[in-house]
Design a protein around this ligand. Structure first.
Ligand SMILES: [Cu+2]
Length: 168
């Protein structure tokens, strides 16, 4: 697959370079016929129109990205650390309707941080890995008790690696 992608990329690059070369050659020939003032004013207008267009597109498309959302003041940060065979979660009482960022890691081996609602349905999960902090964003809309289960077999007492968080 990679050699085909490389070949297609090279062909397209050659095509773009050829188009530029053609445009530069022809614009030099046209400029000789036109007066300098006309060409200058046209280029300046086009330049600033393109700059304005670029700024508008950049602002419009970058705003909804997580960089902006994670800086929101009402975000709650929860740290969750797994170790054989329990969770250390703080805080364990969380507000409903506010964005929460779970920062999940492990003290020893790989665990899985899985959160379940009162009906036993999984809401989200992420890996808890030693040396890494994985982040999950979630907003609880329903108050109640949520269970945290380990999602990855981590030794003899893995099945007891259960904890609870409460949303109010
Ligand atoms: Cu486990």
């Amino acid at each position: 697959m990679q050699p085909y992608v490389l070949a297609i990329s090279l062909l397209l690059m050659i095509a773009v370079a050829a188009a530029f070369w053609w445009a530069v050659r022809n614009s030099a020939a046209d400029a000789q016929g036109a007066t300098t003032g006309q060409v200058e004013s046209y280029r300046a207008g086009l330049f600033w129109a393109l700059v304005g267009f670029g700024v508008v597109i950049a602002l419009a498309t970058l705003r909804p990205w997580p960089y902006d959302a994670s800086a929101a003041e009402d975000t709650v940060i929860v740290t969750a650390t797994g170790s054989q065979w329990s969770w250390e979660i703080a805080p364990k009482e969380l507000p409903a309707g506010r964005p929460i960022i779970f920062k999940v890691t492990s003290d020893d081996v790989n665990h899985g941080f899985g959160v379940y609602d009162s009906d036993g349905a999984m809401i989200f999960q992420t890996q808890a890995m030693p040396g890494y902090v994985n982040q999950v964003r979630y907003t609880f809309n329903k108050p109640g008790k949520y269970r945290v289960l380990c999602m990855e077999y981590c030794g003899l007492v893995h099945h007891e690696m259960v904890d609870e968080i409460e949303v109010k």
